[in-house]
Ligand binder design. Structure first.
Ligand code: ZN
Length: 262
């Protein structure tokens, strides 16, 4: 038995020109909603997957700490990931695995939270899966990404020995596969999960952040290596050809999940 639920932890605002890079506004505005100034609503859609023995969370959202410093993003309709997990019948302590697509604050911020000014780990019994290259990037960030990484999100998790690094593709368990892709940042984890109805549940993080980004050339201006983003999308499409794919889009505020049959 494998079950899943998308957990929406809230939204923020980003200029559409950033999300769709070189694509002109007149083109992307027909596909993704924006206000008159071209501002787009983006979601933080995490995924909870569970079996008889494992409870796996894919990305955590930005979390509640230090949001004042990020007011530029205008976070709104925020929900605590732990409340959303409890609504599914699990305690945060029961989460066995946290798979982090990458370590930008909007994806891993809720790995820690603040209690009376002290940082605490949100999922104290979970192995937190991160790629080795992404971890190295986090510890020694380049100038383009330096403001996307925060020490307070992951260092406490590391100190407790809960970070599990992978150095290549990895089978979390039978039917739950992690693969690594560059582009948006180095060593992003994309999760491919086989459901019992033969569908493939795909969590692509910021490799394909919204449904509109499925178009090959619609690549975010945030991506540090756009040609690798293009390659990553093509590879994912090749790998899933002929399959019925249930694609979860982390940042899509309007279509968190769509079924794609290629
Ligand atoms: Zn993101």
């Amino acid at each position: 038995m494998i079950r899943y639920r998308i957990l929406n932890t809230g939204f923020f605002i980003v200029e559409g020109g950033i999300m769709f890079g070189a694509i002109p506004k007149r083109a992307w505005k027909k596909i993704y909603n924006a206000d008159d100034e071209g501002n787009c609503l983006l979601a933080m859609n995490c995924l909870l997957v569970w079996t008889k023995t494992r409870v796996i969370l894919l990305d955590t959202g930005v979390g509640g700490k230090d949001l004042g410093k990020l007011s530029y993003y205008q976070f709104l309709r925020m929900k605590e990931i732990t409340d959303l997990i409890r609504l599914q019948g699990f305690k945060p302590e029961q989460v066995t695995d946290v798979v982090l697509s990458h370590l930008h604050f909007d994806h891993c911020g809720a790995c820690t939270h603040s209690v009376n000014g002290q940082l605490e780990i949100t999922f104290p019994n979970a192995r937190h899966w991160v790629s080795k290259t992404q971890w190295e990037n986090y510890m020694n960030p380049n100038e383009l990404e330096i403001h996307s990484f925060r020490q307070q999100d992951m260092m406490p998790v590391w100190k407790y020995g809960l970070v599990q690094l992978i150095d290549g593709d990895y089978e979390l368990f039978k039917g739950f596969n992690l693969s690594l892709f560059d582009g948006h940042t180095k060593g992003q984890i994309v999760s491919f999960i086989e459901l019992e109805n033969k569908e493939l549940l795909l969590f692509s993080g910021d490799v394909i952040p919204t449904k509109a980004n499925l178009h090959d050339a619609w690549i975010s201006a945030y991506d540090i290596e756009p040609l690798k983003s293009l390659d990553a999308k093509k590879t994912i499409k090749e790998w899933t050809e002929g399959e019925r794919v249930r694609h979860v889009f982390y940042h899509d505020a309007y279509e968190a999940e769509t079924i794609i049959t290629q």
